[in-house]
Design a binder for this molecule. Structure first.
Ligand code: OXD
Ligand code: MN
Length: 598
């Protein structure tokens, strides 16, 4: 038998009986296996070799044009009790869901190979890691899983020792959008996905396991599974402090995770260390601090906008051993996307001769898959089985107006409210209209595997005796001026804001109390070497009480949607902020005159 774990063999047999593949292949995760998968896909045309001189061992995959992003409307959480999934999720009764999707799986792997992928999310030896097995008929999925997770023999052996694993069953089916589902059964630690080969729908270790199922597991086991990057910031004293930051999809998590300090900072000895760019699992350690691991081993990043200017670390890591999906190519067969450089592509993402009349050359959600260790700023601490201690938690959204550059929560409960109040403009990472404002608490709207009301209560529960919790902040890199241009340069210059936050952590910086949180004064942000338009920083740090009263009313209405499941402590915190805004509006305490906070 391929595995020593009877339950695993039984499940594999059962799936093979239903899907009827021609062959079953147990993945060992070896280089030779990866090479033979790639060779096979080069033969079938699933992969196209890119220029081997400029990009050795890099390949392009062109997906079905109807299969280019996560499909939230077909992503469902199947719990016995509908309220356990909550109004934040699409829900289906588990029995009905199994019946619907099992009918699609019936015989779907005939003529194909069925791959069994044992994988571990997180370092193999870490107590924070969790394992799963994905069964798929897509060699593209196997190759991506090899980059994104610790997969193969070592993961299988850990699963055999532990005796339990998350079950993920995937088939690309016919890639017909009308026959597509991404289903989660958290009570059974099971995922079933049919009809899509796109990363977020098909690499089941990522969004499906490491966020939707893991958030459920985390709640019952006392930890947090979050849509957050993890970055270490080293200061000139060689102290490294770790920040976990939640932003919705395609809002710059990868860039912040790979931050390159502005020149003056670099000269002074500042450095960024990348631990993770998308997912963070954290739990309190013995000293009461939160310790985090990145459960992934690779990056599945958005290509457009990545350049030597915006993310030189990413560009460096993409020069070899990378899978590209839906990018364009140049005349000499190099990968290309909008924002990369001034060259002209010759073929667009669908393989057509490039014609600007057809839209962007690279799909706006085109991606790269690359091993994390290829990143020049990769932190050796990412392999630490104990995780890294988190000093600051940052929430952020894409907001053209209202929301200041940065604010600090007065305490944990206020921090949970800041996270629960997050809203952002939608992006190309999911199908649907781009640029609409939607509420996206903790950037988990598409990923929280249970009722948000219970999730907020779970977050609040970390504030208990002995806890040494991180400070919580909210940022907005995307605020625009009246001329429609971004007021803040973003990218490496975000370190200027992180510096203030980390100095708040160590008690080396001041803040001003406002009804919505603590803000720096303009002079608290180091602008050395940065030309900002006159008045831009003042505008970025402005708090418009009247507009915020309207925002608080909208937040209150949104939170009310969680009814009885919304924790009373969060309701009370919302009332406290709303009252403070009312008092400030009636002229009691103009913000600039307020006392400095501790
Ligand atoms: C991602 C996403 O791919 O959030 O990380 O969509
Ligand atoms: Mn993401």
């Amino acid at each position: 038998m391929p595995s020593k774990l009877e339950a695993l063999n039984r499940w594999v047999d059962e799936v093979a009986g239903k899907t009827r593949p021609d062959r079953v292949h147990w993945c060992d995760g070896s280089d030779a296996e990866y090479r033979s998968l790639v060779d096979g896909m080069l033969k079938t045309g699933d992969l196209i070799e890119l220029n081997p001189q400029t990009h050795p061992r890099c390949y392009l995959h062109r997906s079905d044009p109807r299969d280019v992003a996560r499909v939230e409307k077909l992503t469902v959480i199947c719990t016995k009790n509908r309220d356990d999934a909550g109004p934040n999720n699409h829900w289906m009764d588990p029995a009905e869901a199994h019946a619907k999707i099992d009918a699609l799986f019936d015989g779907c792997m005939q003529g194909r190979t069925m791959y069994v992928i044992p994988y571990c999310m997180g370092p193999i030896g870490s107590p924070l890691s969790r394992c799963g097995v994905e069964i798929t008929d897509s060699p593209y999925v196997v190759a991506n899983m090899r980059i994104m997770t610790r997969m193969g023999t070592a993961a299988r052996e850990r699963i055999e020792r532990e005796g339990s694993f998350v079950k993920g069953l995937h088939s690309t089916g016919e890639l017909d959008p009308e026959r597509r589902w991404i289903m989660h059964f958290p009570e059974e630690l099971t995922i079933k996905s049919y009809g899509s080969g796109y990363g977020g729908n098909a690499l089941l270790g990522k969004k499906c396991h490491a966020l939707r199922i893991a958030s459920w597991q985390a709640r019952s086991e006392g930890w947090l599974a979050e849509h957050m990057l993890i970055v270490g910031i080293e200061n000139p004293r060689h102290e490294i402090r770790y920040v976990a930051a939640a932003f919705p999809s395609a809002c710059g998590k990868t860039n912040l995770a790979m931050l390159i300090p502005p020149e003056g900072y670099r000269r002074d000895g500042w450095k960024g260390w990348t631990v993770g760019d998308d997912i963070c699992w954290m739990r309190p350690g013995r000293d009461g601090r939160l310790y985090a691991i990145n459960p992934e081993a690779g990056f599945f990043g958005v290509a457009p906008g990545t350049s030597a200017h915006t993310n030189a670390n990413a560009l460096a890591m993409l020069q070899h051993d990378t899978l590209f999906t839906n990018v364009a190519v140049t005349a000499d067969n190099q990968p290309w996307w909008e924002g990369l450089d001034g060259r002209k592509p010759v073929k667009d993402w669908q393989g057509r001769d490039y014609d600007p009349a057809n839209g962007p050359a690279a799909h706006p959600n085109s991606r790269f898959t690359v091993r994390a260790s290829q990143c020049p700023s990769w932190s050796p601490e990412a392999e630490n089985p104990e995780g890294v201690p988190i000093d600051a938690i940052v929430f952020g959204g894409r907001r053209a107006s209202l929301v200041p550059l940065v604010m600090e929560a007065r305490d944990w409960t206020h921090g949970v409210l800041l996270g629960a109040s997050m809203a952002s403009e939608t992006t190309a990472a999911a199908t649907g209209q781009v640029g609409l404002i939607r509420r996206d608490p903790m950037a988990m709207k598409p990923f929280c595997g249970y009722n948000y009301g219970d999730y907020f209560a779970h977050w609040l529960s970390f504030d208990r005796p002995g806890a040494q919790l991180a400070k919580v902040f909210h940022v907005n890199w995307f605020r625009k001026g009246k001329d429609g241009r971004f007021l803040w340069p973003g990218f490496g210059d975000n370190l200027r804001v992180l510096e203030w936050m980390l100095k708040r952590v160590t008690g080396e910086a001041d803040a001003v109390e406002t009804p919505i949180g603590r803000l720096p004064r303009a002079e608290d942000i180091n602008l050395d070497g940065l030309e900002l338009p006159d008045g831009a920083l003042d505008e970025l740090l402005q708090v418009d009480n009247e507009a915020w009263r309207a925002e608080l009313a909208a937040i209150g209405a949104y939170l009310d949607g969680y009814g009885d499941r919304l924790p009373e402590a969060l309701r009370a915190e919302h009332r406290r902020v709303a009252d403070a805004l009312d008092a400030a509006s009636s002229g009691a305490a103009p913000r600039r005159a307020a006392a400095a906070a501790s």
